[in-house]
Write a protein that binds this ligand. Sequence first.
Ligand code: HEM
Length: 395
Amino acid sequence: MLLVMVAHPDDVQHILLTSKLVDRGTLCTNAMRAFVGDGLVTVDVSRWKVHRKLINPTFHSEILEGFLEAFHDGGLFVSERLARTRGAATEVHPPVFLAAFRSFCSTVIGMNPDLLIPNALAEEMSAAVNDGVTTVQDWALKCIAMRSAATEDGPTKTRQRLLEALLKPGGQTAMPLDEVQGELMNLLIAGTETTAVAVSYTLALLALHPEWQDAAHQELKDVFGEGDDYLRAPGLADLGRLRVLESIIKETLRLFPTVPILPRMVTEDLWLSGGSGRKVFVPEGTLLLVMPFLTHRLPQFFQDPQQFDPSRFLEDRVNKDHACSYLPFGLGARSCVGSQYSRLQLKVFLADVLRRFRFLPCSQREDLDDSALAFSLNPVKPIRVSCIPVDGRNT
Ligand code: HEM
């Protein structure tokens, strides 16, 4: 099979926006299905259209606003786990993964995480993503059983959460039951692993760049005040004012895009250019690998590309030269369904832990760069930081 890696934004635009290629190809989807089940990420194109139409509205901004409290609970959960480390070197991934899993249950599923994830299962879950899908399958079946067993749906709402939209009390479904299960598994894994990886890289980079960590701390003091309610739950207005933190997240996702490869099957012959003006023929049946990881490091679009410099985003320098040079959440019809959910969750988690802790480096920048480009970005050595309470504050 011919595989073509794509980095230049002209080609990214041609593939994802102009030609609107949406098929990820069987080679990749079969491999991914083993890890994430069969849902939006992996279903064939005809079913994908139907599923995406049903699922898109369940991530509407009006619904997301109501999720802030659950994200804050997640931020507190991570803070409490970090406090237990008492300054020892630690991996941030496992507690963030569990916190994201808990938030996912309270938000997308709409159920109490303590009922869905007993403690022992929670510990097992963080290993399960690497070891297989059985635990996730069982979790999805439990969600389905609990929702089906409910006798009523409560007051009618204009906007429904994912599980409410896919499955009615009594068991009536919007798609075949095995597809509901597949979607729950797919979304759970797509939504938790990505968050854990992104928070791990962000905190490690802040530990290595104390000037930016100071800037984030200062901004948090400006926005939350220094009074008794400094540690309050972040509201939408607070989050909107966290521009430094937002730039830090964006810069982290530029250097370390959590989803570093976007596969697309060529369904009709096409021509690419590599940005050179020379046409390159790409026959039907080719598997294109659009690589945000490479696009984000092209020096003609990002000056000094290896440098961690959030000011690129603060000063709105990114995307000035090309609208498709920055795509951490993909572009076009098959872009991330949870991008807005994720942006809010990342900001809340980080605003919560950064108001409580200062992070010190354990992993070096070379350790972060030493990452495997898989379906999600994987550091070869686990990313570690250590943390100390800020101003004597703890949780
Ligand atoms: C740091 C966080 C995240 C990043 C960087 C990220 C990135 C991406 C990217 C780049 C894609 C497009 C892949 C492609 O074009 O082939 C994608 C798709 C997807 N993402 Fe995310 N994502 C994140 C978080 C989430 C969350 C929180 C959820 C759900 C709650 C989610 C659910 C999905 C799903 C279901 C798809 C497949 C969409 C489709 O094929 O229609 N992601 N994500």
